[in-house]
Design a protein around this ligand. Structure first.
Ligand code: ATP
Ligand code: MG
Length: 393
C-alpha cells in the first residue's frame, strides 16, 4: 500500500478556461515550499498528487500554501473489492472514533457495483469488524472516502484544511506598504491569499525612527514571506520630506500631504518593478487620514489601483487575523513609526483638494522624492523554512 498526499484545489475549480495556468503556478509554489523533501508532484483528474517519504512534514508546510482547499492523506491500493475491504479495516483499527460514514466515488463506471451500494456494503463490513461504533451520515467523526479508479483505488480518512484562495503569483504582483502597525501585515496576508505576489515598501525616517522600528518591519515581512515564497523589502528614507513638511506646511494637513508623498513614491517603485497595484492597511474611518474624504484626496495622486483588503474590517477582526498569522505580537512592540512622530494633534478630517495642492507647492517635493528614491535599499527577506508553524486554521 502506498501512502501519498492529495491536494484539493480551492476556488481554482471554478476557473475553467485558464485553470492550467493556475495549476502550473500552484505546482511551482508547492515545489518551492517542499523542495527540501524532493517530492514527486503530478496531476490527474482534477487533483494534485504528491509522493514523498516525508508525509507529515510536507502536510505541515502545505497548510500555508494559498490555493489549496484541502490536504488529504491517501492510501493507494489495487482496485479489488477484497483488498479495499481489508485495507479499510486495517486503517480504521488504528483510529479512535465512535461514528463514521462511507462515501464512494466511482470514476471507473465498469466497476460492477454502483457507488451507493458499495458505500452501504462497506458500512456493514466496518460495523461487523469494529466494535462500539455507529453510522452517522450527518456529522461523522470519520468520513471514509473511497475513490475507485480503473487500476487503483484511493482511500482517504483525513482531510486537513488548507488556506484557500489562489496560488501566489497567479493574479500578478503588487507592492505592500508595510508599516510596523497591526493592519498592513494583515492586508498583505489577505492580498497574498488572493494570489498577488507581494514586494513590500517601508518608509523610515532616521534618526526620528529607530533601527529597531525597521527590524520590526523586517520581522513582519518574514512572517509574510512564508506565504509569499520570500519577499523583497524596499526601504525608503523619508526624513527630508517629513522635516520639510513639518517646517513648511500647515500642521493639520501634514498627514494628508505626507500620505500623498508616500503614494507618489510607492507608485514609482511599483512601475519600476512591474508591480500592478499598491496594497495598504487602510480601513475606513479608523483615523483622520482614513475618512473617505481623506482617502480620496490622498488617492488622487496615483492612477495605479490601490487595494485595501481590510477596508471594511473592524479593528477586532483585523487583530484576530494578526494573531493567527503571528504578526500581532510583533506589531504591538512600541517603536515609533515615521508617521506617529510628526503626527499633529488635530489632523484635518475632511481635507480639501484645492488647499492640499496649494500647500504642497510650499515645498519642492519633486526633487525630494527623487532623492528619497535614490536612498532606496532592498532587503531580500527569505521565508524561514525551518520554522515550525503553529496551527493557524
Ligand atoms: P498600520 O497598523 O498598518 O500601521 P494604521 O491604522 O496605523 O495601519 P496608518 O498609520 O494611518 O494606519 O497607515 C495607513 C497605511 O499606510 C498602513 O496600513 C500602511 O499600509 C501605510 N503606511 C503607514 N506608515 C507606513 C510606513 N512607515 N511605511 C510603509 N507604509 C506605511
Ligand atoms: Mg501605522
Amino acid at each position: 500500500m502506498e501512502k501519498l498526499i492529495v491536494i484539493r484545489y480551492a476556488e481554482l475549480s471554478t476557473k475553467k478556461s485558464n485553470i492550467s495556468l493556475f495549476l502550473k503556478q500552484l505546482k511551482t509554489n508547492v515545489s518551492f515550499t517542499l523542495d527540501e523533501y524532493k517530492p514527486t508532484i503530478y496531476f490527474d483528474k482534477g487533483r494534485m498528487f504528491i509522493e514523498t517519504s516525508y508525509i507529515n512534514e510536507c502536510v505541515e508546510k502545505l497548510k500555508y500554501v494559498p490555493g489549496i482547499q484541502g490536504i488529504l492523506i491517501a492510501y493507494k491500493i489495487k482496485t479489488d473489492v477484497d483488498v479495499i475491504k481489508d485495507t479499510t479495516i486495517d486503517l480504521l483499527k488504528e483510529k479512535d472514533f465512535k461514528t463514521f460514514k462511507v462515501s464512494t466515488k466511482r470514476s471507473d463506471k465498469n466497476f460492477p457495483i454502483n457507488s451507493m451500494d458499495f458505500s452501504k456494503s462497506m458500512g456493514a463490513h466496518i460495523l461487523k469488524n469494529i466494535d462500539n461504533i455507529s453510522v452517522d451520515v450527518n456529522n461523522p467523526e470519520i468520513e471514509v472516502k473511497i475513490e475507485i479508479r480503473k487500476e487503483d483505488t484511493y482511500i482517504y480518512l483525513d482531510e486537513i484544511k488548507g488556506l484557500g484562495g489562489y496560488p501566489v503569483s497567479s493574479n500578478g504582483k503588487g507592492l505592500l506598504l508595510l508599516s510596523g502597525g497591526i493592519d498592513s501585515p494583515v492586508a498583505g496576508y489577505l492580498a497574498i491569499k488572493r494570489g498577488i505576489k507581494l514586494e513590500a515598501l517601508y518608509f523610515a525616517a532616521p534618526p526620528h525612527t529607530s533601527k529597531q522600528a525597521q527590524e520590526k518591519v523586517e520581522d513582519l515581512a518574514r512572517k509574510l514571506a512564508k506565504y509569499n515564497n520570500n519577499i523583497n523589502l524596499h526601504i525608503i528614507n523619508l526624513t527630508e520630506i517629513e522635516e520639510a513638511l513639518y517646517k513648511d506646511v500647515p500642521r493639520d494637513y501634514l498627514i494628508t500631504i505626507l500620505r500623498r508623498m508616500m503614494y507618489r513614491i510607492a507608485t514609482k517603485i511599483a512601475y519600476k518593478n512591474k508591480l500592478k497595484c499598491l496594497v495598504n492597511g487602510e480601513s475606513v474611518g479608523q483615523v483622520a487620514s482614513q475618512t473617505l474624504q481623506s482617502i480620496s484626496v490622498i488617492n488622487e495622486v496615483t492612477k495605479i489601483p490601490v487595494i485595501r483588503p481590510v477596508v471594511c474590517f473592524d479593528k477586532l477582526e483585523i487583530i484576530d487575523i494578526a494573531k493567527k498569522i503571528e504578526t500581532y505580537d510583533i506589531s504591538i512592540l512600541p517603536f515609533i513609526d515615521c508617521c506617529t512622530i510628526f503626527v499633529p494633534k488635530h489632523p484635518v478630517i475632511n481635507p480639501e483638494i484645492e488647499k492640499t495642492i496649494e500647500y504642497e507647492k510650499l515645498i519642492d517635493y519633486e526633487s525630494m522624492i527623487d532623492r528619497a528614491l535614490q536612498s532606496e535599499e532592498i532587503i531580500k527577506i527569505k521565508c524561514d523554512k525551518t520554522n515550525k508553524f503553529s496551527d493557524i486554521l
